[in-house]
Design a protein around this ligand. Structure first.
Ligand SMILES: [Ca+2]
Ligand SMILES: [Ca+2]
Ligand SMILES: [Ca+2]
Ligand SMILES: [Ca+2]
Length: 218
């Protein structure tokens, strides 16, 4: 019993340690709503020059965020996240176009938990989302990288679809070999740090050991 508990606690601790805060490597076939990757365990806080709002202000310290290293595999990439409070949601594509030789013209769609589309974006001003997007310097569209910012979204589960632009604003699959970065910032409950798991584990093991010695004495 104790052995099983210790093993599962150690597993929890090592899982948490491998889930590096603020970063997720996209390597799964997350090409449907059902197989959408849950990004909640990967949110963290800390400074990044590439996290920002529509005005280009750095917002990395204002709410948890995660940076996804996306990989195209002939499908639309779906991600999901669950917020614990109403607030702002920012989805920001970075490093998808020039000078990325494996880049593409991205398209973003945000859905609610019933898969109803809430918003979408193809191209956006490069300054939005702070750093990470190349500015082509055109008059209307400064970048092919997508950006979405929604205010006061109710607490709940949301889905993001990253796709290639576009057939009459219908998202189309991302070609194999494409590389992009997606920054997502939202009101997500903090995930305990590995040290917290370790402390919880030590506390529980101590408690169980004390119980056992009590039982043996009785
Ligand atoms: Ca950015
Ligand atoms: Ca993918
Ligand atoms: Ca961007
Ligand atoms: Ca685009």
């Amino acid at each position: 019993m104790i052995k099983t508990l210790v093993t599962s606690l150690l597993l929890a601790a090592s899982f948490s340690a491998s889930a590096a805060a603020n970063n997720y490597e996209d390597s799964t076939l997350n090409n449907t709503f059902d197989s959408a990757v849950n990004l909640n365990p990967f949110f963290g806080k800390g400074f990044s020059a590439d996290i920002g709002d529509s005005a280009g202000n750095n917002t990395s310290g204002s709410a948890p965020w995660v940076s996804v290293n996306g990989r195209g595999n002939g499908a639309i990439d779906y991600f999901k996240f669950t917020t614990n409070a109403a607030g702002r949601v920012i989805v920001d594509i970075d490093y998808a176009t020039y000078p990325n030789p494996n880049g593409f013209d991205s398209f973003l769609t945000l859905y609610n938990s019933s898969f109803v589309k809430l918003a979408s974006n193809d191209d956006h001003y490069a300054a939005a989302g702070a750093g990470g997007t190349y500015d082509y310097g055109y008059s209307n569209y400064h970048s092919l990288d997508s950006f979405l910012q929604l205010e006061d979204l109710a607490a709940g589960t949301y889905y993001v679809g990253v796709s290639q632009c576009c057939s009459n604003i219908t998202p189309i699959p991302i070609q194999n070999g494409i590389k992009y970065t997606m920054q997502l910032q939202a009101q997500v409950a903090p995930v305990p740090e590995p040290e917290t798991y370790a402390l919880m584990g030590m506390g529980l093991v101590g408690l169980l050991a004390a119980r056992r010695s009590k039982a043996q004495k009785a």
